[in-house]
Design a protein around this ligand. Structure first.
Ligand code: GRF
Length: 215
């Protein structure tokens, strides 16, 4: 896979359900030239998602696809239709509170990325920051990973550790981690879009030494 190419920059489809701060971090990085990509479409399953409004304010193309009353496969089919209509190359989950079904995963093999607010495999699923706080861990962080058919189980691209020993609440844990998320998502995507990596079993391996470090 090569970055950009004659057809222009790689096209990202962002899926979100909420606030959208990771979307904004990706968009900021693109605008300052740190990520060789463009945001082709922002899709949300939640009409009230603040991230949708933020995307519109920035002039990004948005699509609302509520999931209520639909079977997962039907909703995923609609999402896939929108991704294809907008010629999306890579799908970025950015606070998308839905499990991505098999059809969608298979339509974009190793081309769906997620950011999760813990050091996986610790604390998968919802409310990872609260889980970390309640467990009393001293260090947590965030993980960018490829998406497979499981819950937060795909091969890890990059992790960033965050000291949470002195955090006084789940909200404080979340705030400390969120700051790192924004940088981590940009860095991970930029590594992935460069195409110099392979997946061997569970392990995503970068082919250039300077990109193989875990930060
Ligand atoms: C982030 O903590 C992300 O790790 C998790 O959902 C949250 C989304 O935040 N998957 P935002 O909507 O990007 O601000």
């Amino acid at each position: 896979m090569s970055p950009g190419g004659p057809a222009g920059p790689l096209r990202l489809g962002i899926l979100l359900s909420g606030r959208g701060s990771n979307l904004l971090a990706l968009d900021d990085a693109i605008r300052r030239g740190a990520l060789p990509a463009e945001i082709a479409v922002v899709i949300s399953n939640q009409p009230a998602a603040a991230g949708l409004e933020r995307a519109r304010e920035r002039g990004l193309t948005t699509v609302l696809l509520p999931h209520q009353g639909l079977r997962r496969v039907e909703h995923d089919g609609q999402v896939l239709g929108a991704l294809r209509r907008h010629q999306v190359d890579w799908v970025c989950l950015a606070g998308y509170l839905r499990i991505v079904g098999r059809e969608l995963v298979e339509a974009y093999p190793e081309r769906i990325v997620n950011i999760h607010p813990s050091l996986l495999p610790s604390f998968p699923g919802l409310d990872a920051q609260r889980q970390a706080f309640e467990h009393g861990v001293k260090v947590s962080g965030c993980t960018v990973h490829l998406v497979d058919a499981g819950l937060d189980t795909g091969p890890i691209v990059l992790q960033r550790a965050v000291d949470v020993a002195t955090a006084g609440s789940p909200a404080e844990v979340a705030a400390r981690i969120l700051k790192e998320e924004h940088a981590a998502y940009v860095e991970a995507l930029s590594l992935l879009l460069s195409g110099t990596w392979t997946v061997e079993g569970r392990r995503l391996r970068f082919l250039r030494e300077e990109t193989s470090k875990i930060s």
